[in-house]
Design a protein around this ligand. Structure first.
Ligand code: GDP
Ligand code: GDP
Length: 440
């Protein structure tokens, strides 16, 4: 099955109108995932969302430049501009309690210039009738406003029905494809070697053949075999387009990257051994982890580096990149093709790990063995008891451990258990989410 690109809604408006409140109301919190993954903080600007079985993405442009009080400056900021360019629908948020302000009018002028479809959202409209709440804002000339209360949730379903109308319906598609095809996204900053890697994996002829004109806005995915196994590369169009227009200052488009991550089973994060590895690479890996995606790190341009340089790069990688306790690292040369066998092995293992089904018997057996070799501590004279465990979900795998006083388990013991499960089930390239239930 082909996973489709998620429709994108972009929130725009001056500070304090309630964009982040609306963002939080719309997006899946996935807070369990964030809480269970050490080192992960939720990205509050980009979120995935679900409404009546449809999935979509939301970007809060206000959050992209929080220090700025000037909403027009926010619109000029790179990531906000890229998000607007990619937007399927722009939601322009205003404040019913404050009424129409000069800032609103200025933003409206900017947005109108873009010629994209706009929905005017009048927030903080609770307790008012719809017509009084929106009366002021007709003056903006942006069509019929929709009155909502982001805080109370009123009007939000109607808003979503209106903005999602006519956009592609994308339903959950987290399970394995029937023929076992592994959907792979290759992400990373510009110039790290993504398109070279794509070329290397596909072979030049294939790539040319897939270069269909007139489809630039849509992701093109390409199927290929590696070592006799079927793969599908997601969004090769994006990879190649970025590569072609590269002029030395191009930035990564986070929304495009996220759309690719959404469609993939396994994400290969590529970094450049010859450039500074840093903040942007780390943030990207954070977004992959936040989505719970299986992840493999590829350190590219490994060819021709002296031994001491390699040591230095390994050190930088371990120092600066998060989530390496689960994401395996392949050192590769996309140009020469070296290391690709290992990379694709990791991709395969990550896929199998994230899709793995574990029986309650198996999981409980590993729990018992772990407890036998290392008992949980006693709390106030009472030993914490762990009775059994079962798989609570997959992609990413989640294991639920049942017992008593589990809320008192020290973090170190939880890590110990996670490692035992990870080893026993040979989980590679995926976070293992452990949760605990005290009861019965
Ligand atoms: P942003 O700067 O546009 O992201 O605005 P925020 O989401 O941070 O909200 C600004 C303030 O408005 C906060 O104090 C919110 O609690 C409040 N707010 C947001 N939505 C509503 C709403 O629907 N009704 C009311 N009364 N207040 C709201
Ligand atoms: P993208 O922007 O991430 O798609 O990067 P490109 O694939 O366009 O590569 C950027 C530059 O890095 C090009 O000049 C490539 O020739 C070079 N490059 C890519 N892979 C390698 C590699 O494995 N080794 C070396 N030395 N250079 C590479």
């Amino acid at each position: 099955m082909q996973a489709a690109k998620l429709p994108l809604l972009v929130l725009v408006g001056r500070p304090n109108v309630g964009k982040s409140t609306l963002f939080n109301r719309l997006t899946d919190t996935r807070d369990a995932l964030v809480a269970d993954l050490p080192g992960l903080t939720r990205d509050r600007q980009y979120g995935s969302a679900r409404f009546e079985n449809r999935r979509f993405m939301v970007v809060d442009t206000g959050g992209l430049m929080p220090e700025s009080r000037d909403p027009l400056a926010v619109l000029a900021e790179d990531q906000a501009r890229m998000a607007l360019e990619e937007a399927d629908r722009i939601l322009f948020v205003v404040d019913a309690q404050a009424g129409l302000t000069p800032s609103d009018a200025a933003i409206a002028r900017e947005l109108r210039k873009r010629g994209q479809e706009l929905t005017l959202v009048v927030n903080k409209a609770e307790g008012r009738d719809r017509d009084t709440a929106s009366a002021d804002f007709h003056a903006l000339g942006l069509g019929e406003p929709i009155a909502i209360s982001a805080e109370k949730g009123q009007g939000v379903p109607a808003l979503l029905r209106r903005v999602l109308d006519g956009l592609p319906v994308v339903e959950d598609d987290e399970l394995p494809d029937e023929d076992g095809t592994v959907r792979v996204a290759i992400v990373g900053r510009p110039n790290v070697g993504k398109s070279t890697l794509v070329n290397r994996l596909l072979g030049e002829d294939r790539l040319l053949a897939a270069d269909v004109p007139g489809t630039t806005r849509d992701a093109i995915s390409v199927d290929f075999d590696y070592d006799g196994r079927p793969y599908r590369l997601i969004d090769t169009a994006g990879v190649r387009r970025r590569a072609r227009v590269w002029e030395g200052v191009e930035k990564i488009s986070i929304v495009k990257t996220l759309q690719a991550i959404e469609q993939a089973h396994v994400v290969v994060a590529v970094v450049d051994a010859r450039a500074d590895i840093g903040e942007q690479d780390a943030r990207l890996m954070g977004l992959i982890a936040q989505r719970g995606r299986a992840m493999v790190l590829a350190v590219n341009k490994w060819d021709g580096l002296a031994g001491d340089v390699r040591e230095q790069v390994r050190y930088q990688v371990s120092l600066k990149l998060p989530f390496l306790d689960y994401a395996p690292t392949a050192f590769i040369s996309a140009r020469h093709g070296s290391g690709l066998g290992e990379l694709m092995d990791f991709v395969q293992q990550a896929y199998e790990s994230t899709m793995r089904e574990l029986s309650t018997g198996e999981v409980t057996r590993v729990l018992e063995q772990a407890v036998e070799s290392h008992q949980p501590p006693a709390v106030l004279g009472r030993r914490i008891k762990l009775r059994y465990a079962h798989q609570g979900g997959r992609n990413p795998p989640r294991i639920v451990v049942h017992g008593n006083q589990t809320e008192k388990l020290p973090a170190a013991y939880k890590r110990y258990l996670a490692n035992r499960f990870r080893d026993a089930f040979k989980l590679v390239g995926v976070p293992l989410l452990l949760s605990f239930k005290t009861g019965d």
